[in-house]
Structures are given as structure tokens and as C-alpha cells.
Design a protein around this ligand. Structure first.
Ligand code: 5AD
Ligand code: FES
Length: 345
């Protein structure tokens, strides 16, 4: 079977064997066909709708020490900040005015954000904006904690698996972090009833083509409602400072294959993709992504939340980002919609 036929089959069956995926990854002569197929599958379910999520980066304190991440514990080169509850609510006010109906509360694993502190924030947002979805992205927590946040009103949780290979996971993370716990957290989140997001970096150090294949098969098996996929980008104050960045092509191929395997998924065209290429986010949308997550964090804290180098939109107010994205999304042939943008069955 040639690559085009393999792509056709994955687009119809939403299922693939290892060998199929590997063949598509290795043959770049049909990339355009792959992206068009992913776009067609996305349009069948979501039309040209692009959902926007207002990202609020509430803290760059982190007790973890992931080798790739700019806000890792051992990075002494950044000053640390955390937003207060009133700060966060102000971000939501701005976001709501601009048409955001999902707020993503993201941060490092900061022990200050206990269950009580987070639950209070979630309740306040939901009280003020009952028509909005709240997504939490605060890393690994206990089952009890995930349950409390859910009861407080959190609708969704983002926790990328980062890599589906235990061996690879251990090369990206310090010894005290465990692959098993990451997997356990993801299963717990789904069980509790969150719309759950998993995902991985493309081109991270030590990653093989086989790892990428298994990342896709892992997503297929977990069936998360959301899948975040972006290129690895080196950060100068991490052990991976000299490592090569992930490529645009490989990231787009992963996004497109994810769309074929999970036609209903909400897939962001990531800021990291926009960072490695000026047209990265537009290309991501054309390869099957249907979500963008601009920043609502106060501009004065933006540069302190650098997970990787040269991150875009550092100086742009939320309103500017919103306009800029509107243009970019339309130039790619899609339309931003003002609604919660829930997963469609
Ligand atoms: N390059 C790209 N993505 C990164 N992330 C963290 N550090 C980097 C980096 N150097 C991603 C991780 C994490 C998400 C919040 O950001 O996948 O889950
Ligand atoms: Fe932030 Fe373009 S999306 S300035």
C-alpha cells in the first residue's frame, strides 16, 4: 500500500497500526495530502470553527525539575511570581469582554495553590461567569485534589503525558518524577469526568520515531477530549540548552495524524508552533488543529513564564493578541467562535 492509501485508510477508520504511522512519518512526499485529509476530517465535525481559550499563567513557582522546562526548580535565573485571586479575576474580566468563554488556569506545581486556594478561585470564576468553562493545568495532584477541584466547578484538566515511553520519560524528568504516576493521574482525571487533555512535545531530546508512533497510539487508546502537541524548544537555563528544537514538519505531521485518529478531539495550534515558525499556528490549523490559546496574563509577568526561549506574544496585551489571532485564523480560512467550545461527540 502506498502512503496516500494509508492516509486514506486512517482518515476513514480512525485507526492505525504502528507500521502505518511509521510509514506516514517517514515519507514526507505526501505531507500536503496528509494535512488536507486532516483538515477535511476536522471540518466534518467542527466546520471552520476555531475555539479560543484564555490562558492565565498564575504562577511560575514549580517544585518539579523537568529537564526541558524553563520554570524548573533549579533555574535560579528567573524571578518567581504568583497571581492573587483578584489578579486572576481581573484577567477573566478582560478575557470575557474579548469573547473568551474558557479560562485556562495554568501554572507550575506550586504548593501555594492548595486545594482550598484553587477551589476558591474556581468558584469565584464560575459564580461571576457561569457561561464559561474553567480548565485547570497545574500538574500532578492527588485523586482527592482532582475531585475537589472538579466539585468546585472545574470542567477540564490539561496534563500532557509528555512521552508514552517510560524509558524516554525518565530521560526527560528527574528521578523523583514517575511515568506511572503521570499515567495514573490521566486515568483518574478521565474517571472523575473531566474533559481531559494529554499531549506531548515533538523533537524532545532522545525521542525516536518509534516514540512518536507510540505517542499517537497512546492518545488513540486514552481518547482524551483534548490533545496538545507542540515542538520542543530549548531553554537556555536548562540542562537541554544545547539540544535541537523540534521541527515544524514533524509537529504538523503529528497534529494531522492526531486529527485522523481522534476526529472529535480539541487540538490547539500551540504557541510553541508559532514560536518556531512565523506561520506555525496558521499551518497547525490547516493540519487539523482547531483551538488557539492566547495569553491573558498581565504583560509584566509574561516574560517570567518562559517555558522555552523566544516565546511569542510576550509584550502583547490580551486585546492585541485577540485581534492578531482573529486575522491569522481568518487568513488560514477559519473563524473564531465565542462559545465554550466543548468537545463534540
Ligand atoms: N519546549 C516546548 N514545550 C515545553 N513545555 C515545557 N517546556 C517546554 C519546552 N522547552 C510544554 C510541556 C508542558 C507544557 C505546559 O509546556 O509539554 O506540559
Ligand atoms: Fe499574540 Fe499575535 S497572538 S500577538
Amino acid at each position: 500500500m502506498n502512503t496516500k492509501e494509508i492516509i486514506d485508510r486512517i482518515a476513514t477508520d480512525h485507526f492505525a497500526e504502528k507500521e502505518d504511522i511509521l510509514a506516514v512519518i517517514q515519507d514526507n512526499s505526501n505531507d500536503e495530502y496528509l494535512f488536507e485529509s486532516a483538515d477535511r476530517v476536522r471540518r466534518e465535525i467542527y466546520g471552520t470553527d476555531v475555539f479560543i481559550r484564555g490562558l492565565i499563567e498564575i504562577s511560575n513557582y514549580c517544585k518539579n525539575n523537568c529537564l526541558y522546562c524553563g520554570i524548573r526548580r533549579d533555574n535560579r535565573e528567573i524571578s518567581r511570581y504568583r497571581l492573587t485571586e483578584p489578579d486572576i479575576l481581573l484577567c477573566c474580566d478582560t478575557g470575557y469582554e474579548l469573547g473568551f468563554r474558557t479560562f485556562v488556569i495554568q501554572g507550575g506545581e506550586d504548593i501555594y495553590f492548595s486545594d482550598d486556594v484553587l477551589c476558591s478561585i474556581i468558584k469565584k470564576i464560575k459564580e461571576k461567569y457561569p457561561d464559561c468553562a474553567v480548565t485547570i493545568s497545574m500538574g500532578e495532584r492527588s485523586e482527592e485534589s482532582y475531585k475537589k477541584l472538579f466539585s468546585a466547578g472545574a470542567d477540564r484538566y490539561l496534563l500532557r503525558h509528555e512521552t508514552s515511553s517510560k524509558e524516554h520519560y525518565e530521560k526527560l524528568h528527574p528521578e523523583e518524577m514517575s511515568f506511572e504516576n503521570r499515567m495514573k493521574c490521566l486515568k483518574t482525571l478521565k474517571q472523575i469526568g473531566y474533559q481531559t487533555g494529554a499531549g506531548f512535545m515533538v523533537g524532545s531530546p532522545y525521542q525516536t520515531k518509534e516514540n512518536l508512533v507510540s505517542d499517537l497510539l497512546f492518545l488513540k487508546e486514552l481518547e482524551p477530549e483534548m490533545a496538545g502537541i507542540g515542538p520542543f524548544i530549548a531553554h537556555k537555563d536548562t540542562p537541554f540548552r544545547d539540544c535541537k528544537n523540534g521541527s515544524l514538519r514533524d509537529t504538523l505531521v503529528m497534529v494531522a495524524l492526531t486529527r485522523l485518529l481522534l476526529p472529535h478531539a480539541l487540538i490547539p495550534s500551540t504557541t510553541a508552533l508559532g514560536t518556531i515558525d512565523p506561520k506555525g499556528r496558521e499551518l497547525g490549523l490547516k493540519a487539523g488543529a482547531n483551538v488557539v490559546m492566547p495569553n491573558l496574563s498581565p504583560v509584566k509577568f509574561r516574560k517570567l513564564y518562559a517555558l522555552y526561549d523566544n516565546k511569542i506574544c510576550m509584550g502583547d496585551e490580551a486585546a492585541e493578541c485577540r485581534k492578531c489571532l482573529e486575522r491569522r485564523v481568518e487568513s488560514a480560512g477559519y473563524k473564531i467562535v465565542t462559545d465554550r467550545g466543548d468537545w463534540r461527540a
